[in-house]
Design a protein around this ligand. Structure first.
Ligand code: GYE
Length: 330
């Protein structure tokens, strides 16, 4: 059925300017009053990402006046680039891009610019010389998130006479979230003589990868290591680390290994309320409404602000409650 309507549509658009004539390659007929959004999502690697996709899908609906073409790149930049090229061919009205990493976007964004399609970056950013290659960015300040975590370590260990031993598990290397959160920890390590980095591992923002690398690391220690903090660059990394640590007999929490996490999705807040995670730094995935605001600004012929940051907070057992968890919808 889909193919049939596509064939009919393409035939029509070749013969004369049909109702959807200026968007000949869309899969199926699209009401010309709808604003067409081509969305390039990273994947579904984390709870945060799933909540982010849901937030987008909930706002860019036909009832709200949109036709959403959603592409899941399965964590590969080459898939994101292919999707953008397809969206350009389809002549979508806007491209919304959650870039997996910062590098490597100049040519494809230039192609979008030449086609006259505005690109809105969501969540992470791109490292391009020409800032006019994207219209706006909506997301979090990852360096600031990391600095909040570092301040918490500083306060929690201010009386410590012994070294503070830290394991650092990074997210997808080269992504803005990894770069900002890593930079904050590096700054803090350099500023505190008694902070000791035991190891830096790559958890790629997933529970499975983290469980594997953390298990390997812990097994390589001669005995039970003395670990004060595990700085996990997202919740799914924290889940993998928690699983590996507990399996090897470590106790996690304020009296044992302090797990620090970023995102603060419901799963992590539950562990935080239980005391197994010491600190959850919030990173808000519900960015759909803000992205829509940017698009509406452009639809009205105005120029949106270049960067939009969301308000975020930090959670510990002290400021968490079961009621707050109930209200958390991701
Ligand atoms: O922290 C992580 C996700 O870029 C903010 O990516 C995002 C990060 C988030 O996979 O869970």
């Amino acid at each position: 059925m889909r193919r049939r309507s596509l064939t009919v549509l393409m035939a029509l658009s070749l013969l004369f300017v049909s109702a959807c004539g200026d968007k000949p390659d869309l899969e199926g007929p699209v009401d010309e009053d709808l604003t067409v959004i081509g969305m390039c999502q990273v994947g579904a690697e984390s709870d945060w990402r799933v909540a982010n996709s849901e937030s987008m899908k909930a706002i860019f609906t036909e009832e709200n006046g949109y036709h959403l073409l959603f592409d899941d790149a399965r964590q590969k930049q080459e898939n994101q680039i292919t999707a953008i090229r397809k969206f350009i061919q389809q002549q979508v009205d806007y491209i919304v891009l959650m870039p997996i990493s910062e590098a490597g976007w100049d040519s494809v964004l230039q192609e979008a610019k030449e086609a006259g399609i505005p690109v809105i970056l969501v969540d992470r950013r791109v490292d391009v010389e020409d800032q006019s290659l994207y219209a706006a960015h909506v997301g979090s300040d990852f360096l600031r998130e990391g600095q909040r975590a570092a301040t918490w370590i500083e306060q929690a260990f201010q009386e410590a006479e012994k070294p503070v031993r830290i394991i650092h598990i990074q997210g997808t290397l080269g992504s803005t979230a990894q770069l900002g959160r890593t930079a904050a920890l590096e700054e803090a390590l350099a500023a505190h003589e008694n902070w000791e980095l035991l190891v830096r591992l790559d958890g790629d923002f997933t529970q499975a990868k983290t469980y594997e690398v953390m298990t390997q690391y812990l097994s390589s220690l001669p005995g039970r290591g003395e670990i004060d903090v595990v700085y996990c660059e997202n919740d799914n990394i924290a889940f993998g680390a928690l699983q590996a640590l507990e399996e090897q007999g470590y106790t996690c929490g304020r009296q044992g290994v302090n797990i620090i996490t970023f995102d603060a999705t419901r799963g992590a807040l539950t562990e935080c309320l239980n005391g197994r995670i010491s600190l959850a730094v919030e990173c808000n995935p519900l960015l759909g409404p803000l992205v829509e605001e940017v698009i509406q600004t452009m639809e009205a012929g105005r120029t949106p602000e270049k960067h939009h940051y969301v308000e975020e907070q930090i959670f510990t057992t002290e400021n968490l409650s079961a009621a707050l968890l109930e209200r958390r919808n991701y």
